[in-house]
Structure formats: structure tokens, C-alpha cells
Write a protein that binds this ligand. Structure first.
Ligand SMILES: NC(=O)c1ccc[n+]([C@@H]2O[C@H](COP(=O)([O-])OP(=O)(O)OC[C@H]3O[C@@H](n4cnc5c(N)ncnc54)[C@H](OP(=O)(O)O)[C@@H]3O)[C@@H](O)[C@H]2O)c1
Length: 285
């Protein structure tokens, strides 16, 4: 989702936003006018150029996180943003009006997201827009990229490791492939056959998911894999069948891995700095 600043002019104190006031499906979403967010100390007001859509957006809208996070209606959905600094809060000297930025803009409660003309973001969650990325590519980077980066680094992924990435063609997985390769690992990635060429381009050895996946991965790594990252959910049996003894694994979509020696990773913290790898998001906005 993006806009170029054209269209209905903002009135100064309010803004256009996509909002919902009850949990549900797409039918609860509507374009409304909302107060422009106040800029608290340590916050930055960002004029949104692009806001990426992630699976978590519809899960939250359906009420899937209501027992985990407080919700204040009306909700503006969206946790990913690329935009331009409009206003700098007190004690936020790191950024200036006009700076081009990206952010994983998740707050501690569900209310003011990025599917709007403006969003406030704590300074700790902002980074400068990578010069090599378009606005829509930049907006697609924060949530998926940080998730993949945090999972792989928490598992200590590095040279000499063979990594299996479940869901390697998705938003998180396609960035995970590139990050694991940049960390020096060999990567096997599961995806439907339509995405195998894309995985090869990103540096992974593809394996089709579904029946027979264990045999296909074992054929590529007969001694087992060192690290498994589950970016899909529901694949624990496959993980345990291909992981070598002493291997490490984690899931972002299945907490049952915790009882099986794995880590449940999720809703990652924001990071103040970004590695300088030339990542190539497969999804734009
Ligand atoms: N906990 C967290 O912090 C966190 C953060 C981000 C995302 N997530 C969750 O992680 C999941 C993935 O997110 P995403 O943004 O990457 O989603 P996405 O872009 O929609 O990608 C999903 C991918 O899953 C693949 N897939 C489907 N079934 C599969 C299977 N059985 N084995 C292997 N791959 C399979 C699909 O591959 P093909 O297209 O090749 O079929 C698709 O590319 C979602 O459930 C999301 O909510 C959690």
C-alpha cells in the first residue's frame, strides 16, 4: 500500500486511515478520518510512503492476538512502514525532518498502525531507508527481515552449518535464505516447485514440501542438517526427522517446538541497526 502524497489533502490535525472497530474479516475495514497521532517524547512522526502487508495483519484483525496484546479501537492495522520524517519528538535527536526511514512499527498494544497517512514510531524502531531499495521494497523489509535475522542469529547460524528453511519462498523465508547465505551457511529451502528457480537465484537448494519431503531433504543432507528454521508452522515432525543430533531449531509459527528442544521465536524486538547486506525482498508492498 503506498501513496505519493496526492489525493485528499490532509487537514493538519487529522488524516486518512484504514481502520476497523470490531474483529473480523476484510468486511470490517474501512477508510476513515482519524486524529493525526500525537508525537510523544522519543517518538518520530512518519509520513507514510508505503506500508507492507503481513499475515499477522489479518490474524490481528480476526482477533487472533487479543489474549496477547491489548486492543484499542478503532485500530489502524499495519506494522511495516517506509516513509519520510514529518515531525521529531522531544529527545529524539537521531532523526531530522525529511529523513527517509523504515520501521517495524509495532507498538505495545494494538491501535495506531501504518495503513494511514501518518504513524508515530519510537526512535529505537527506526532505521534509515536503504539507498538500494525502492519505497515498496523498503516497506517489505522490516518485519520479515528482522524476524528472519533474529531467528538465524539466535540459533548461532554460521559458516559450516547446513540450514533447512521451511517456507523459504515466503516473505520471511526468502529473506532468511539470503541472510543465512550471508552468514556463511549452506541453505536447503522448502517451497512449491513453482518457486524453485527463485530459491536457486537466492542461493538455496530447493526441496518440495509435502509427502516425501523428509527423503528429499535427506538426499541433499545425508548426515542431517545443523539448523532448522520453521517459517510456516505444522512441520515439527519433518524438522526432527532431518535434524542431526545436537542440531538447533526454532519456529515463528508453532510454539510446540519448545517442548521438542526448539525455540519459539516471535513478534521480535525492534533493532536499532541493520546489517548492510544487499537483500532482495520478493514481496513488495
Ligand atoms: N512470530 C513472528 O514473529 C512472525 C513474524 C513473521 C511471520 N510470522 C508467521 O510466519 C508465517 C510466514 O509468514 P510470511 O510473511 O513469510 O508468509 P508468506 O509470505 O505468506 O509465505 C508463506 C510461504 O509458506 C509456504 N508454504 C506453505 N505451506 C508450506 C509447507 N507445508 N512447507 C513449506 N512451505 C510452505 C508458501 O510457499 P509456496 O508459495 O512455495 O507454496 C509461502 O511462500 C505466517 O504464519 C506468519 O504469520 C510470524
Amino acid at each position: 500500500m503506498g501513496h505519493d502524497g496526492a489525493g485528499t489533502p490532509d487537514s493538519g490535525s487529522d488524516m486518512r486511515a484504514m481502520t476497523y472497530s470490531a474483529f473480523g474479516g476484510p468486511e470490517v475495514l474501512a477508510e476513515t478520518r482519524q486524529p493525526r497521532p500525537k508525537v510523544a517524547p522519543g517518538e518520530i512522526l512518519v509520513r507514510v510512503r508505503c506500508a507492507a502487508v503481513n499475515p499477522v495483519d489479518w490474524k490481528i484483525m480476526a482477533g487472533g492476538l487479543k489474549d496477547l496484546m491489548d486492543t484499542v479501537f478503532p485500530v489502524v492495522p499495519g506494522w511495516d512502514v517506509a516513509g519520510v520524517v514529518e515531525q521529531v519528538g522531544i529527545d529524539a535527536p537521531e532523526f531530522a525532518v525529511g529523513d527517509e526511514v523504515v520501521a517495524y512499527a509495532r507498538k505495545d498494544y494494538v491501535h495506531g498502525g501504518t495503513f494511514a497517512e501518518f504513524v508515530t514510531v519510537p526512535v529505537r524502531a527506526l532505521a534509515r531507508r536503504p539507498a538500494s531499495l525502492t519505497w515498496d521494497q523498503a516497506a517489505g523489509l522490516p518485519l520479515a527481515g528482522l524476524t528472519a535475522y533474529q531467528v538465524l542469529t539466535r540459533l548461532g547460524t554460521g559458516p559450516g552449518d547446513t540450514v533447512l528453511i521451511h517456507g523459504a519462498a515466503g516473505g520471511v523465508g526468502s529473506l532468511g535464505v539470503q541472510i543465512a547465505r550471508a552468514l556463511g551457511a549452506r541453505v536447503i529451502g522448502t517451497a512449491s516447485s513453482a518457486n524453485h528457480d527463485r530459491l536457486r537465484e537466492l542461493g538455496a537448494e530447493p526441496a518440495a514440501y509435502g509427502e516425501g519431503v523428509v527423503e528429499r531433504v535427506r538426499a541433499l543432507a545425508p548426515d542431517g542438517v545443523d539448523v532448522v528454521t520453521d517459517f510456516v508452522g505444522g512441520v515439527l515432525d519433518t524438522t526432527l526427522a532431518v535434524l542431526r543430533e545436537g542440531g538447533r531449531h526454532a519456529s515463528i509459527a508453532d510454539n510446540s517446538v519448545i517442548g521438542a528442544g526448539g525455540s519459539g521465536c516471535g513478534y521480535g524486538r525492534t533493532a536499532p541497526t541493520w546489517p548492510s547486506w544487499g537483500l532482495s525482498p520478493t514481496r513488495g508492498s
